[in-house]
Design a protein around this ligand. Structure first.
Ligand SMILES: [Zn+2]
Length: 315
C-alpha cells in the first residue's frame, strides 16, 4: 500500500502513524492496529483475480459492496460465488423466492462489474448439514480454476453469528484458501489441467464483533453501493423500502423530507440512512465519510528472499 496510515490504540483514542509493512507478520499476537485502505489511482491490481463470496444474494452488497467496487475499479478481474440458493427468503412460494433471488444475484454480479456468478445452490439455512469436505472441495476447485489471488468472505472468527450459512461458508473458504495450494490434495485435478494455487489475500467481513485491522474508505463508491443494495429486491432490506415508507406516510398525512419527492430519491436516501448506516458510523470513527471494517490477512513476507536481498555478498 502506498498510502496507508496506522491508527494505534484506537480504544484509548490515541493515534499514531507509521509505515505499512508490518501487517501480516504478527505471529501469535493479534494486532490492535487498524490500517486505512484508500482508493488508489490507475489499475494497481491489474492481472489479479478476486473471488467475492457470499452465502446469500444480499451479503456482499450489505457488508462489502464498497470494497468489491473499489477492487474491481483498481484492476481486479472478479467472480462472485454464492453458496446457497436462497430458497427460504424472498417473495411468494419457496420456488418463486429462489428464482427472484437468483435474478437479484445475477443483477448484483453485473452491477459490481464481476465477470460471472458461480452458484453452488445448497439449501438456504441448511449449510451446516452439507458435507464440509464437499463444500471445501468445490471451493478448492474454483480457486485453482480461476487462479484466485484474493477473497472477500465472511469472517470465520466473527462473534455472535447466528446464521449457519454464514459461518459454514466462512470456515470452508478459510481452509480452501491454503489447501488449494497444496500439491497432494486432490491431485487428479492436476491431470485435468489445474495447478496448486493458494489464495494470498483475504478480506473478512462480519455482521457482529470481529478483530478489525483494516478499514476501507468507500466514500467514492457509496452511491454505487447504495444502487447495488436496491437491486436486492427479493430479500435485501433496501429494495423498494424507501418508496413504500414514503407512500405509507403520505396515507397518514405525513412526509419525511429525507425521502424527497420521488421513489428513486426515497429508495436511495432510505438505504443510506437506515440500511447502510453502519458505513457512516464506521467512517466517523476514522475521520472518513463512509467506510467498511475488515479483518485483513495479507501475503506472508518472503523472509528468506528478503534476507538474501539485504545481506548477500559477492563471492
Ligand atoms: Zn446472509
Amino acid at each position: 500500500m502506498k498510502r496507508s496510515e496506522f491508527l494505534a490504540g484506537i480504544a484509548g483514542g490515541a493515534f499514531a502513524v507509521s509505515a505499512a509493512e508490518a501487517m501480516p507478520a504478527d505471529g501469535p499476537f493479534a494486532t490492535t492496529e487498524v490500517e486505512i485502505e484508500r482508493a488508489q489511482p490507475g489499475k494497481p491490481h491489474a492481472g489479479k483475480v478476486l473471488a467475492a463470496i457470499q452465502p446469500h444474494a444480499d451479503d456482499l452488497s450489505l457488508f462489502a459492496g464498497g470494497l468489491v467496487l473499489k477492487l474491481i475499479q483498481e484492476g481486479y478481474t472478479g467472480y462472485l460465488i454464492r453458496t446457497t440458493n436462497d430458497d427460504h427468503t424472498g417473495p411468494g412460494t419457496v420456488g418463486e423466492g429462489m428464482l427472484a433471488n437468483e435474478r437479484d444475484n445475477l443483477a448484483v454480479t453485473q452491477a459490481f462489474g464481476l465477470r460471472k456468478a458461480y452458484d453452488l445452490y445448497y439449501r438456504n439455512h441448511m449449510l451446516d448439514g452439507v458435507s464440509p469436505l464437499e463444500l471445501r472441495l468445490r471451493l478448492i476447485f474454483l480457486f485453482r480454476l480461476l487462479k484466485v489471488d484474493t477473497v472477500i468472505s465472511y469472517d470465520p472468527w466473527g462473534h455472535y453469528e447466528e446464521n449457519p450459512d454464514h459461518y459454514v461458508t466462512a470456515s470452508a473458504v478459510e481452509a480452501a484458501c491454503w489447501m488449494a495450494g497444496m500439491g497432494k490434495d486432490y491431485p487428479e485435478q492436476f491431470d485435468a489441467g489445474l495447478s496448486p494455487h493458494s489464495v494470498k489475500e483475504k478480506y473478512y467481513y462480519a455482521r457482529g464483533p470481529q478483530l478489525v485491522n483494516r478499514v476501507v474508505d468507500i466514500a467514492d463508491f457509496m452511491d454505487r453501493k447504495i444502487a447495488v443494495n436496491i437491486l436486492n429486491a427479493a430479500q435485501g432490506p433496501a429494495g423498494n423500502s424507501g418508496a413504500q415508507l414514503r407512500r405509507r406516510l403520505t396515507g397518514q398525512g405525513l412526509r419525511l423530507p429525507l425521502l424527497g419527492n420521488d421513489d428513486e430519491t426515497a429508495n436511495r436516501e432510505y438505504t443510506r440512512q437506515f440500511v447502510l448506516d453502519r458505513d457512516a458510523e464506521t467512517g466517523r470513527k476514522f475521520g472518513l465519510t463512509y467506510a467498511e471494517p475488515y479483518h485483513y490477512i495479507g501475503p506472508a513476507p518472503a523472509k528468506v528472499e528478503g534476507y538474501i536481498k539485504k545481506n548477500a555478498v559477492k563471492l
